[in-house]
Design a protein around this ligand. Structure first.
Ligand SMILES: C[S@@+](CC[C@H](N)C(=O)[O-])C[C@H]1O[C@@H](n2cnc3c(N)ncnc32)[C@H](O)[C@@H]1O
Length: 357
């Protein structure tokens, strides 16, 4: 196994084989896109457009590209632990082909994310729509796998609203874009740090090990280091590795206190409703209401609640009243006192923190 926090030069198809089974938490792959660009592109003022014309992006046939992808994807499947995550980014040129192989290998696709580029390159010839997005596939190792999703933290990141699958992030430009002395881009497909930031926050935990088999200029490693995750990066091009190492040297690790995220509800110690009843936090006889106070249910001594002829757990009664298949009673029911009405989950959070501290 490679040392954590290292970058290896070579062909990722070979390097991947040296990683033990199920030893990686997370893979981010930004593979060659097989863009198949033939002619030089010009702007209306006849200056040339910086396109991806590098040899590493060229494949003779679709079959050759598919085989290449199947090889590295199979290795990613082998090295990921159960419930580990695979994130793959691509454009219309390759993402559909990648998706087929990903599903055929038994990965389970959880979402496709549209990275909406807020500052895309125009379609200079005016022959097609502006190509303003790329697609990310977020996958886990199997349908039943228990994967990491930091739902609450992403909600925080999105001002309290559930994070959606369309992300508005600019392409890498300005100071962030690495350039040579002659102002040419140092790497043609350097990804924005903000994109990796969101991906890593969404589905990894502190100290997880992130593998990037196509590291390029090192964006994944830089964000992993910053956010206190471990990284292993593979890249065939020595010059790109130099860029990545320089960036890493300049990257500061964020403090523990900043990087440690609030745990999501499902990872917190369980507190059954009955415990709150026993402890007198929500005593038997207390009246619970929904937010709009349409229903009033009474708490009984065994921790069930009752309204007319319906009784059961806070979840069952909430679901029955709304004629829904399920209901999270912690979010549905409120306890009113003289001054205010508090949702049960807030009461539980306060109780839990007193119990732990
Ligand atoms: C799309 S770029 C990745 C860019 C990267 N995400 C960044 O932000 O800079 C793909 C990279 O994969 C590298 N590459 C292509 N085929 C490879 C292979 N078989 N083994 C290792 N690296 C490879 C290329 O040199 C290129 O830097």
């Amino acid at each position: 196994m490679f040392k954590k926090n290292s970058i290896l030069q070579g062909n990722s198809l070979e390097l991947l084989k040296k990683i033990p089974d199920k030893s990686i938490d997370f893979v981010f792959a930004d593979p060659p896109y097989n863009l198949q660009l033939k002619d030089t592109l010009y702007r209306p003022d006849q200056t040339t457009v910086e396109a991806v014309t590098n040899d590493w992006d060229k494949f003779d046939t679709y079959q050759a590209y598919d085989q290449f992808c199947l090889n590295w994807l199979s290795e990613c499947k082998r090295v990921l632990r159960d419930g580990g995550a695979l994130w793959v980014i691509g454009s219309y040129h390759n993402i559909l082909r990648l998706g087929t192989s990903i599903q055929n290998l038994g990965f389970w696709i959880l979402n496709d994310i549209i990275w909406h580029k807020t500052n895309p390159m125009p379609n200079f010839r005016g022959t097609r729509f502006t190509n303003a997005h790329e697609t990310l596939l977020w996958c886990t190792t199997s349908r039943k796998a228990k994967y990491t999703f930091n739902y609450q933290n992403l909600k925080e990141l999105n001002e309290g609203k559930q994070m959606r699958s369309d992300w508005y992030i600019p392409i890498c430009s300005g100071k962030e874009r690495l350039r040579e002395n002659n102002n040419q881009r140092s790497h043609p497909t350097q990804k924005p740090e903000a994109l990796l930031y969101r991906i890593i926050v969404s589905s990894t935990n502190k100290d997880d090990t992130i593998l990037d088999p196509f590291l390029g200029s090192g964006t994944t490693a830089v964000m992993a280091k910053k956010l206190q995750r471990n990284y292993i990066g593979f890249e065939q091009d020595k010059e790109y590795i130099k860029l990545a190492k320089k960036r890493l040297k300049e990257t500061k690790v964020l403090d523990d206190a900043i990087v440690t995220m609030k745990k999501s509800r499902k990872d917190l110690p369980k507190v059954p409703f009955g415990e709150l009843v026993e402890q007198g936090v929500i005593p038997p006889g207390a009246v619970l209401t929904d937010k709009k106070e349409r229903y009033k249910a009474t708490v009984t001594i065994d921790g069930s609640i009752k309204i007319n002829n319906i009784s059961g757990s806070i979840h069952q009664v909430g679901a029955k009243l709304q004629e829904l298949p399920s209901c999270n009673g912690w979010d549905f029911w409120h306890l009113k006192d003289k001054l205010s009405s508090k949702v049960l989950d807030d009461i539980r959070v306060k109780y839990r923190s007193k119990k732990i501290n």
